[in-house]
Write a protein that binds this ligand. Structure first.
Ligand code: ADP
Ligand code: MG
Length: 359
């Protein structure tokens, strides 16, 4: 028995290793969209255009006007554990970019037909690399492209039928895609976004330039929120902006009367990254405790800014979770900022008019 069970240990082929890793980061088209757009943001793009077909399964195209990739680096862009964002453990501990694991493109290219076209300048000349889910040296060929990068992902899961089976209807996949889009677009009002599905323009969000002016920045985020979550959200929300040494919380929290039966419309960003965190959720719940009844859920779009050194984002491959070095401090800061704001609003009874005529 034991004799038969013992087989030689072998190193997995890169393709299989990538497909196994893909199981963690590429659950569905929406996860591909998240990874691709995060790369655009890390590349410093201020315009990101997305095209989808058939719920993103047939086609997912993301184009940015960021820094582009040098042709010498192109083969590595699709290699696993290859990244331009960190080099040392010190870098990892202070990482400010959204990506750093160097896994997304390797994973995605192992379960789809992927094409990347990029240019680092405005000469019109660029480079193209194609991967078809096979083990092969990606071939780099010249191709025209304006400054920036296009990632084209076709036939997601074409070679992994087990994964493909778990996909839902195009409509359901599209609603997941749209939710990811909403989060990313809410995270960066200063970046322009567009989203097309089946050739139809679904969202067009102009970049709202904020300069250095805090009031202008607030205005920009209001316009973005109003477009994505509706005017009502803005009209029923209070502005929050609290700062202590080394930490800042800003954004919008819904009035208690505007709370919802479901815990949707809750967006919390830590240094620009959307997170679901128990500690944060608890602090917010506590802040609403005296003003919210009947198991209802508040709405919010909140941005927490802290020194990257005090937050660990390397908890899970999808980076939806974070760990704070001093959780108590973060919890109490969020709680008191919101508690003060909410009780102040109720005592003053009338909501301050915060809605300018600009959207
Ligand atoms: P990570 O983002 O963790 O570094 P990825 O697999 O997502 O890993 O991307 C690998 C590398 O490819 C990145 O580090 C970056 O150098 C390059 N890259 C990917 N997408 C883009 C893009 N849109 N613009 C510029 N460079 C990109
Ligand atoms: Mg990435």
């Amino acid at each position: 028995q034991m004799e038969n069970a013992r087989r030689p240990i072998q190193v997995l082929s890169p393709r299989l290793a990538n497909q196994i890793a893909a199981g963690e980061v590429v659950e569905r088209p929406a996860s591909v969209l998240k990874e691709l757009v995060e790369n655009c943001l890390d590349a410093g793009a201020d315009q990101i255009d997305i095209e989808l077909e058939a719920g993103g399964v047939k086609l997912l195209r993301v184009r940015d006007n960021g820094c582009g990739i040098d042709p010498e680096d192109l083969p590595l862009a699709l290699a696993r554990h290859a990244t331009s964002k960190i080099l040392t453990l010190d870098d990892l501990e202070g990482v400010a970019s959204l990506g750093f694991r160097g896994e997304a493109l390797a994973s995605i290219s192992s379960v789809s037909r992927l094409e990347l076209i990029t240019s680092t300048d405005d000469s019109g000349k660029g480079w193209r690399v194609v991967a078809e889910g096979r083990d092969m040296q990606p071939q780099v060929t010249p191709a025209p492209h304006p400054q920036g990068t296009s990632l084209i992902v076709r036939d997601l899961f074409f070679n992994t039928p087990a994964r493909r089976k778990f996909l839902r209807t195009e409509r359901t996949e599209f609603s997941h895609l749209e939710e990811v889009f909403r989060r990313l677009a809410l995270s960066r009002p200063d970046v322009g976004f567009s989203l097309k599905h089946q050739g139809k323009l679904v969202h067009q969000l102009p970049a709202v330039t904020a300069d250095q002016d805090a009031a202008a920045a607030q205005d920009a985020s209001m316009q973005r929120i109003a477009r994505l979550l509706g005017r009502e959200f803005m009209d029923q929300s209070l502005v929050v902006d609290s700062e202590a040494s080394g930490i800042r919380l800003h954004g919008w929290v819904g009035l208690p009367v505007y709370a919802r039966a479901q815990a949707d419309r809750q967006y919390f960003f830590v240094n620009g990254r959307v997170v679901r965190d128990k500690l944060v959720a608890h602090a917010i719940r506590q802040a609403y405790q005296d003003v919210l009844f009947g198991g209802r859920h508040p709405v919010f779009v909140l941005h927490l800014e802290v020194d990257p050194q005090v937050v660990d984002v390397n908890v899970h491959p999808t980076k939806h979770e974070v760990r704070f070095r001093d959780g108590r401090w973060v919890h109490d800061f969020i709680f008191s900022a919101l508690h003060k704001r909410l009780s102040g609003a109720l005592i003053g009874s009338e909501k301050q008019p915060v809605t300018p005529a600009t959207y």
